[in-house]
Every structure is written in structure tokens, then in C-alpha cells.
Design a protein around this ligand. Structure first.
Ligand code: PMP
Length: 353
């Protein structure tokens, strides 16, 4: 039997899938929309108290205590909740469970950069569908793809824009297969989203995360809600033990004891995002309307300004050639003194250019 060449061991085409790169390693990281105020207090004390205890045993198979906590808050049954190693994991598991290699997944473009990557990892073809002129998702165009899975993200990353509920409901009403509604930024949006409703909709998975408003990105915790049948299918794809015991305990604390802290910090992020947008606008930079804790600011000066911010210890996400938008800076909203630093570097950068 002939042996495969070492560079042909991976599945055909697999090595063309990019590895993720992030802009970290700066004093102030505003590049990934995590909680710029940090981890909430009860979750922090859970982690301190937990240090060293319990690590010799496996965690719960599917994260029952977190399922119960999410279910309580959402007013649904724990059988309607799936947990994962970040919502990345929930998305990845759902994609491979609900579409077969060679099937398609339709998604708005631009959207969460990992979505097409998870699709390709699972040998499922991503079909990008441009946003509408007002940066909403295009229900008719998404439906016209006939894709096995339709992915929606509202509010959307990286645009920050929300899609009206009636547009999302139209996709759900007519989709041939599973509809994934990614609500990673729902806590900033000021509208309830579909988390509680998903179990009563036949073909919908709503995904949320502890990485943004809840301040636990480093622990990797995400969850989804859907009918028990959809949840069970995703859990088959997920496998056991995805949520480590410390992450599960901290997430439960963040969603219960820290609930007030989370709401207050989210409100502060939204208020500072509005102030930041106004201040940028006074400098001639106009951000897209946002329903999140970040702003997308299209400008041909993106690369120059991002380099200048970086030289000043501040990381933002610099996008190049976003469809329909060109180059754009994505900036996480944080405490106001930090926003003032950002504004002052940008003001200098604009003056110097
Ligand atoms: N969905 C969206 C829209 C996101 O922006 C992100 C994180 N950038 C995720 C999902 C993944 O989040 P998590 O940290 O829970 O894997």
C-alpha cells in the first residue's frame, strides 16, 4: 500500500482553511468586544474559592446546573438548553449536526468571521448574502439560497446593526431547514430577542455567550435554546464534558448573583458607545448605527489609525475591504477615560494625515 505524502495527510482542501489570528498583546484591548470592565464580582469569588478543588474529576456531562440557570431565567425547560465551550462550540456542533458535507449554509455578509470557517471545517459550503442598504439581513435573498441552514446574527458582528424582528420572523417562517439566530450581543440591544421563544419555534436555534456582557471570555462558555429535539441533536454532535467545572460554576454565578452588575455595565457600555459615536462624528467619522457594545467606523484611514492606536497601547480591530463598506475600524466601548484616550489618538491621527 502506498503511503500518503506528509503534506497530503489532511483532508483534501483542508489546509486552505485559515487559522484565526487576533490582535491581542496590547495594554488596552478593544478589538474583540469583550467586557472592558472585567469579570463580575460573584463570578470572580467563585473562581477564587474554586481554585484547586474538583479538578481531578470530570465536569457534568452536558452542564446541567448552567442549563437550569439559563432555563430559569428564560422561563423555559432545561431540556431546551444546550451549553458549549463558547458559543463557537454550539455553532460548530449545530452546523455539523444539521447539514451534511456538501450542503450549504447561507449567512449575511459581512458577519461573524468564524461562521464561514466553521462551515468549511465541517465541509459545508458557506453562501454569503449581502446586507441590505440599511445594514439589515436580507430575508428574501437568504431564503432564495435554499440553504440547508440559514445563519442570522442580530445585532450583527462586525456591523453592530440590528435586524428588525419581522425580518427574522419571515426567515424563520419560510426556511427549509434550521435557522440559527446568533444573539451574542443581545444584552446590549434593548430588545428581548428570541431566547425564550426558540423552544416554541420548530426550527430555530438561538445562541448566546458569556464572553461579552458577562465578562467571562477566558472561560469559554456559550449556550443555545431550541426545542428539546434540536438540543438533543446538538448534544450528540457536541459530546460530553465540553464545559469545565470552573467555567460552569462561574457562569451560574454571573447569571444569578451578578445579574445586576451585568445589566449596569451593559448600560454603561451602551451609553459610552453613544458618546463615542457622537465624538467621532464631530471629527467627521460616521459610525454605523449600533445595538451592541461596539462601533463599526468605516474610513479609508483605518489601517493608519489602527497602527497609531496600537503604538499608543490600544488594540482595535481593523477590517479591510468589508463587503459594501470598505475599510473599517471596530472599537469596543469601554470605560469613558479609555474612550477619551482612543478619541485623542484618533484626533491626532486625523490631524497628522
Ligand atoms: N457570535 C458572534 C456574533 C461573536 O461576535 C462571537 C465572538 N466574537 C461569537 C459568536 C463567539 O463567542 P464565544 O466567545 O462564546 O465563542
Amino acid at each position: 500500500m502506498t503511503q500518503r505524502r506528509a503534506d497530503q495527510l489532511a483532508r483534501e482542501g483542508f489546509n486552505a482553511i485559515p487559522r484565526y489570528s487576533s490582535g491581542a498583546d496590547v495594554e488596552i484591548d478593544l478589538s474583540d468586544n469583550t467586557n472592558a470592565w472585567g469579570t463580575p464580582p460573584a463570578a470572580r469569588s467563585v473562581l477564587r474559592a474554586a481554585a484547586g478543588t474538583g479538578a481531578a474529576r470530570y465536569p457534568d456531562l452536558y452542564g446541567e446546573s448552567l442549563k437550569r440557570t439559563v432555563a430559569d431565567r428564560a422561563g423555559i425547560s432545561p431540556a431546551c438548553v444546550v451549553t458549549g465551550n463558547g458559543s463557537d462550540d454550539v455553532l460548530d456542533c449545530a452546523i455539523r449536526a444539521f447539514a451534511a458535507p456538501g450542503d450549504t449554509i447561507a449567512h449575511p455578509d459581512p458577519t461573524f468571521v468564524m461562521l464561514p470557517v466553521f462551515s468549511r471545517i465541517n465541509n459545508i459550503r458557506p453562501v454569503p448574502v449581502p446586507l441590505t442598504a440599511d445594514y439589515a439581513m436580507d430575508a428574501d435573498a437568504l431564503l432564495a439560497t435554499g440553504a440547508r441552514i440559514i445563519y442570522l446574527c442580530s445585532p450583527n458582528n462586525p456591523t453592530g446593526t440590528a435586524t428588525p424582528a419581522d425580518v427574522i420572523r419571515k426567515v424563520i417562517a419560510h426556511a427549509p431547514g434550521l435557522v440559527i439566530v446568533d444573539e451574542a450581543y443581545a444584552e446590549f440591544a434593548g430588545v428581548p430577542g428570541l431566547l425564550s421563544e426558540a423552544p416554541s419555534l420548530e426550527r430555530v436555534l438561538v445562541c448566546r455567550t458569556f464572553s461579552k456582557a458577562y465578562g467571562l471570555a477566558g472561560l469559554r462558555v456559550g449556550y443555545g435554546t431550541a426545542t428539546p429535539a434540536i438540543i438533543e441533536t446538538i448534544e450528540r454532535s457536541r459530546g460530553p464534558y465540553k464545559l469545565n467545572i470552573f467555567a460552569e460554576r462561574a457562569a451560574v454565578a454571573a447569571m444569578t448573583d451578578d445579574a445586576g452588575w451585568v445589566v449596569e455595565r451593559a448600560a454603561e457600555a451602551v451609553a459610552n458607545r453613544v458618546r463615542l459615536s457622537d465624538a467621532l462624528s464631530a471629527m467627521g467619522l460616521s459610525a454605523l448605527p449600533s445595538a451592541t457594545n461596539f462601533l463599526l467606523v468605516p474610513t479609508p484611514k483605518t489601517v493608519v489609525l489602527a497602527a497609531r492606536l496600537r503604538a499608543n497601547g490600544i488594540g482595535i480591530r481593523a477590517f479591510q475591504n468589508l463587503p459594501g463598506l470598505g475599510d473599517a475600524m471596530r472599537i469596543t466601548a469601554g470605560p469613558w477615560p479609555v474612550m477619551e484616550r482612543v478619541l485623542s489618538v484618533i484626533a491626532d491621527g486625523l490631524e497628522g494625515s
